[in-house]
Design a protein around this ligand. Structure first.
Ligand code: CTP
Length: 429
């Protein structure tokens, strides 16, 4: 059995059946026109590594959009055509398959989106980030049954090395700096020596990348099983300072992610950003958020987290009442409370944040406004005040049952001179 047949055999076993059916249809359509179709990039790498792969890329030396339209989508797959990019995506149950035309790329300036023109598979592979991602398996046409591996991806995978294809790779696209660290930590690989020094040299090139593109790569780090590994490693090699001078080493980050996962799994992205930026002050964090063009939901959770840490003093005071904890935290996003819990150093604060998340935020009195009105309270601001007092008493455990609440309400209505409704007055007099 040749290496390619072995890989194709593995693909038959590992890829989802619906994806295989689409690949077979694409291969039949490409074969009928004599064009060459390839499995490329991450899927080849993952097959070689024996890892699962649910993002499958196919490259055609021809018109990929027409091919995608020819084969159409299956019963349970959706076809999305991106005419402007000459690509098509098919999404099925738990997988996504991209079909693109083989192309070559040139970069007008560092960090710019590349100018693209049709090319051969080798040119398509040459535009890629690392040797392990620059391989293809031929399914039809002249490449059928061959592994195309012009830069030694297989040998780098065997030696567990991440290697760029040329020394301007990080200059062309500095997001590859973040990708390198992500793959290194995900796969337990090392950076090949000259790749490591090019990465160091080119950290300032992160300046050439838009906020959206950097954030997109950060999102991908946060979606890794253990994001803290890449975050910490990037800190060690001083990548973060290329993003903003206030960001540096992240020796504490593993602990924060582990503690946050104990509260929520999987971690929502805004919470990951809150952990990532939790050691900055408000001004520094705002500068990073602006640099990343962060959407409002992320900004809110990050800034809420910093606001909570500014009130950590009262939160860790001995004897702070549950109602005070509730009032301090109720205006903040629960994700920010989790981020604060995961990064707090003070034991009492941790306990109080946990109490809020697990219990206090759900506590509500059994009696509602209507019930209080029926008991004689006058609708209006006074009623709101009465309800908050009742809520606080419930939070502090001063009342526990509905009967206990009713007793307190009656006491407040009589004892504190809160005006009763006229009708109620009439009936009592
Ligand atoms: N690629 C690249 N440079 C980038 C982004 C992507 O060269 N900045 C190439 C790589 O060949 C990569 C392919 O495009 O394999 C697909 O990109 P992506 O989906 O980001 O990577 P995957 O290999 O699928 O990685 P992952 O396993 O993280 O999804």
């Amino acid at each position: 059995m040749t290496a390619t047949t072995r890989l194709l055999d593995l693909a038959r076993k590992r890829l989802p059946p619906d994806a295989l059916e689409l690949i077979d249809r694409a291969a039949a359509a490409a074969a009928s026109t004599g064009t060459s179709l390839y499995l490329v990039g991450g899927v080849v790498r993952d097959l070689l590594l024996g890892r699962p792969c649910l993002d499958i890329d196919l490259v055609l030396e021809g018109d990929a959009v027409s091919l995608a339209q020819d084969i159409g989508a299956g019963d349970s797959t959706r076809l999305l055509v991106h005419q402007a990019f000459g690509t098509a995506t098919m999404r099925g149950e738990g997988f996504s398959l991209d079909l693109a035309s083989a192309r070559s790329e040139t970069y007008a300036r560092p960090g710019a989106l590349p100018a693209v023109k049709p090319g051969a598979i080798e040119e398509d592979l040459f535009r890629r980030d690392f040797t392990m991602n620059a391989m293809a398996i031929g399914l039809t046409g002249k490449g059928r049954g061959k592994i195309v591996d012009p830069w030694g991806g297989q040998s780098d995978i065997e030696n567990r090395l991440i290697r760029v294809l040329h020394d301007r790779s990080f200059v062309d696209d500095a997001t590859r700096i973040l990708r390198a660290v992500r793959y290194e930590q995900r796969l337990g690989f090392g950076l090949e020596a000259s790749t490591a020094s090019l990465l160091q040299r080119d950290i300032p090139m992160l300046n050439t990348i838009t906020g959206d593109r950097i954030r997109h790569e950060l999102d991908r780090i946060f979606r890794e099983e253990l994001p803290e590994r890449a975050l910490r490693r990037a800190g060690e090699v001083r990548v973060w300072s290329g993003l903003h001078p206030s960001l540096d080493r992240m020796d504490w980050i593993a602990d924060a992610f582990r503690r946050a996962r104990e509260a929520i799994t999987p971690l929502p992205l805004p919470l990951c950003y809150a952990l990532f930026l939790s050691h900055l002050d408000k001004e520094q964090a705002s500068a990073v958020l602006t640099r990343l063009s962060a959407p409002s939901e992320i900004t809110r959770v990050v800034l809420d987290t910093l606001a909570i840490s500014a009130s950590m003093g009262p939160l860790s005071t001995a004897g702070v009442k549950p109602s005070q904890i509730y009032l301090m935290l109720r205006g903040f996003s629960p994700q920010a409370v989790v981020a604060s819990l995961a990064t707090a150093g003070d034991w009492a604060a941790v306990r109080n944040l946990h109490l809020y998340l697990s219990k206090l935020r759900y506590v509500r009195p059994s009696l509602r406004g209507d019930d209080l009105v029926r008991m004689g309270a006058k609708p209006g601001p006074g009623l709101g005040e009465l309800l908050s007092k009742l809520h606080r008493a419930k939070l502090d455990g001063e009342v526990r049952t509905k009967a206990g609440e009713a007793k307190l309400v009656r006491l407040m209505l009589s004892g504190r001179g809160i005006k009763r409704r006229r009708k109620a007055k009439r009936t009592t007099t």
